[in-house]
Design a protein around this ligand. Structure first.
Ligand code: SAM
Length: 245
C-alpha cells in the first residue's frame, strides 16, 4: 500500500464521501450498539472522539448534545455538514484536535465519550493511554466511556457476510443484491483489506477482550461491559470514569 494512500486514507474517504457510501451495514450495527448504552430520556453531553465524518450522528436521539472532534479538518467539516443535512446543527459543535494532546475543553464537561473505531489507529499503548487520559480529563465524574476497536479476529469476509444478511433482513433482497455486487466488493478492496493489513502488520492495534478491558482500566475507568460487535471483528467496551486517580 503506497505511503500517500496510507497517509491520506481517511481524508480522501471523508472528502469524496466514499467513507460513508462504502461503510458496511455491520459497521452501522456497531454504532447502534453504542447507542444502546446511552442514557435514555434526559438530555446529556456526548463527545465523539475521532468522529471521522460524523456517521454516529445518524443514530443519535434528539436529546443528545453532540460535540465531535477529529485530527482531520476534512472529518470536522464533513461532520458539521452532516449536522446541517440532518437539521440538527443547533445541538452539534465540532473542533479539530489531536487526542494525544490535552483537549481544548473547559473542565469536566461530558457525560459520555465515544471512541468508535478511532483509538486503535494510535500505534503504541503509550499514545492510547495518553489519549484515554486526555478524554478522562474532560468527562464528568461517573461519566460513561464507550469504545469500539477491532479485534484480533478481524475478518473482512465475515463483516461483508453479516452486512449482506442485515441489509436483506431490513431493506429486502434487491437492496442486498445491490450491496453484495455493486458496493461491498469496493468496501472490501478499498477499505476492509487495508485495515486488515494495518492490523496484521501491527501499525494499528487489534484487541483481545482482555486487552481492551485492561487498557480502559489502566487509564482510570471501571469496565462495566464488553461485547463483540462487527461480526466478531471488534469489541465494544463500556466503562465508568472511576472517581479516584
Ligand atoms: C476509522 S475512523 C472512525 C471515524 C468514526 N468514529 C466512525 O466510526 O465512523 C478513525 C478516525 O480517528 C481519527 N483519529 C486518528 N488519530 C487521531 C488523533 N490522534 N486525534 C484525533 N482523531 C484521530 C481519524 O482522523 C479518523 O477520522
Amino acid at each position: 500500500m503506497g505511503k500517500f494512500y496510507s497517509k491520506n486514507y481517511w481524508s480522501v474517504g471523508f472528502q469524496s464521501k466514499l467513507y460513508d457510501r462504502l461503510s458496511p451495514e455491520s459497521y452501522f450495527e456497531s454504532m447502534r450498539r453504542v447507542v444502546a448504552f446511552l442514557p435514555e430520556g434526559k438530555s446529556f453531553t456526548l463527545l465523539d472522539a475521532g468522529c471521522g465524518s460524523g456517521l454516529l450522528l445518524r443514530f443519535l436521539a434528539a436529546h443528545v448534545v453532540y460535540t465531535g472532534t477529529d485530527l482531520l479538518k476534512s472529518g470536522v467539516d464533513r461532520t458539521l455538514l452532516r449536522a446541517q443535512e440532518l437539521g440538527v446543527s443547533d445541538r452539534v459543535s465540532c473542533f479539530q484536535s489531536d487526542l494525544t494532546s490535552p483537549l481544548p475543553v473547559d473542565g469536566q464537561k461530558f457525560d459520555v465519550v465515544v471512541g468508535h473505531f478511532s483509538l486503535y489507529t494510535l500505534a503504541s499503548s503509550e499514545l492510547r493511554q495518553l489519549a484515554l487520559k486526555n478524554l478522562r480529563a474532560v468527562m464528568k465524574a461517573e461519566g460513561i466511556l464507550i469504545l469500539a476497536n477491532p479485534s484480533v479476529d478481524y475478518d473482512a469476509d465475515a463483516i461483508i457476510e453479516q452486512s449482506i444478511r442485515l441489509v436483506r433482513e431490513r431493506q429486502g433482497v434487491l437492496a442486498s443484491l445491490i450491496k453484495q455486487y455493486l458496493v461491498y466488493p469496493f468496501t472490501k478492496a478499498v477499505g476492509l483489506r487495508f485495515i486488515q493489513n494495518q492490523l496484521t502488520s501491527g501499525k494499528w492495534q487489534a484487541y483481545t477482550r482482555e486487552g481492551l478491558s485492561q487498557e480502559m482500566e489502566e487509564a482510570g475507568f471501571s469496565v462495566q461491559h464488553i461485547e463483540d460487535v462487527y461480526a466478531g471483528s471488534a469489541f465494544l467496551g463500556v466503562a465508568r470514569r472511576a472517581s479516584t486517580g
